[in-house]
Design a protein around this ligand. Structure first.
Ligand SMILES: *Cc1c(COP(=O)(O)O)cnc(C)c1O
Length: 357
């Protein structure tokens, strides 16, 4: 049986996308590339559910996070970061490195933040920005982005969302939910290989970008926007041409299926996995009111057992799953079901897990 990545990134890439990437490399300063890049950028708007331009950088998702900090803020700005796990903490750390004043809301792992908790902090302090992780991959929770966006509509602070492992599997409506900067990457729910980071910025965000004094060269959003919104869309520096061709194909697949069907498929497959694993006695780590449809995390108490399950799943069944991160290392297994996931893949994973347990 072929190897599948049931991990929360990178995820399994469909054959159709892989084939596209094997095509000859197009020179990026040509009309041919501009046409493809223009269409590609329009397709990104569809998955971001936005009218704003979506910028493409050759980078890991973390590059996308850093780019948001250096483009939106200035030294000494005070921001609020919601930490629900590893990725919220990473965003806070980037802020501190760039000399921002970073306040955090630290949520016990496995839970999501509430709008009330954010409101309380906003009553105590003035913030230039609020940063929230959409789908916290280390704990398999989803934060209530829509509700937070309703609150942020009345605030001056920018609303920045890390949806690196959310967008493409979970509904996220940049424009309707008042998001000012939305970040994602190619290798998770977007069914493409690692290597591209995507960022969209609202009008309010662009005003901040004009004032920001943090150092940047490669990450400068204004330069990227200028050449993207050209008659012949381009990137400031050499783009990852083959990855763009591949991801363009993945976005076509999402278009063909239709975004709402894609979300529905993720929901149904997540429910199926949770239902089947419940009967095996596996304990879900995440609080029941913030479960993610993109991945599931299970608590594995016994020392050495998580690593053993992970290893057997791969060696005997050709299925790659993930372990826990940070203090949960060795105490958890995580199964990704985002992007190119079918019912058959869930069934195969469940059957293999049964054997391993
Ligand atoms: C994976 C992930 C990132 C970082 O992506 P890299 O490509 O590994 O840098 C950031 N945020 C979240 C929520 C993620 O799941």
């Amino acid at each position: 049986m072929e190897k599948i990545l049931m991990t929360p990134g990178p995820t399994t890439v469909p054959e159709r996308v892989l084939r596209k990437m094997a095509e000859p490399v197009i020179h990026h300063r040509t009309k041919e590339f501009s046409e493809i890049f223009g269409e590609f950028s329009e397709r990104l708007k569809y998955v971001f559910q936005t009218q704003n331009s979506v910028l493409t950088f050759p980078a890991a998702g973390t590059g996308g996070l850093e780019s948001a900090i250096v483009n939106m803020f200035s030294e000494e700005d005070r921001i609020l970061v919601v930490c629900t796990g590893v990725f919220g903490e990473r965003f806070a750390e980037i802020g501190r490195i760039f000399k921002l004043k970073v306040d955090t809301i630290n949520i016990p792992w496995g839970n999501c933040v509430t709008v009330e908790q954010i409101k309380e902090k906003f009553n105590e302090n003035e913030y230039k920005g609020l940063i929230v992780t959409h789908n916290e991959t280390s704990t398999a929770i989803v934060n209530p982005i829509k509700e937070i966006g309703e609150f942020m509509k009345e605030e001056e602070a920018l609303f920045i969302v890390d949806s690196v492992s959310g967008l493409g599997g979970l509904d996220i409506q940049m424009d309707n939910w008042n998001i000012d900067v939305l970040i994602t990457a190619s290798q998770k729910a977007l069914m493409a290989p690692p290597g591209l980071a995507f960022v969209a910025v609202s009008e309010k965000g662009w005003e901040s970008a004009n004032k920001s004094n943090l150092p940047k060269f490669y990450w400068d959003y204004k330069k990227a926007r200028k050449v993207l919104e050209n008659k012949n869309p381009q990137t400031p520096y050499t783009p990852a041409v083959s990855l763009i061709l591949g991801t363009n194909e993945a976005l076509k697949m999402i278009e063909e299926e239709g975004l709402s069907n894609v979300f529905k498929r993720h929901e149904l497959l997540a429910e199926k996995l949770r239902k089947e694993t419940k009967t095996m006695g596996l304990e879900i780590f995440t609080n029941a009111n913030c479960l993610s449809n993109n991945l599931t995390a299970y608590t594995i108490e016994q020392e050495g057992r998580a690593a053993a399950i992970k290893s057997r799943m791969e060696k005997e069944f050709n299925i790659v799953i993930a372990g826990g991160q940070a203090h949960l290392k060795g105490k958890m297994i995580r199964i990704g079901h985002m992007g190119y996931v079918t019912e058959e893949m869930i069934e195969r994973t469940v059957a293999a897990l049964k054997q391993c347990l």
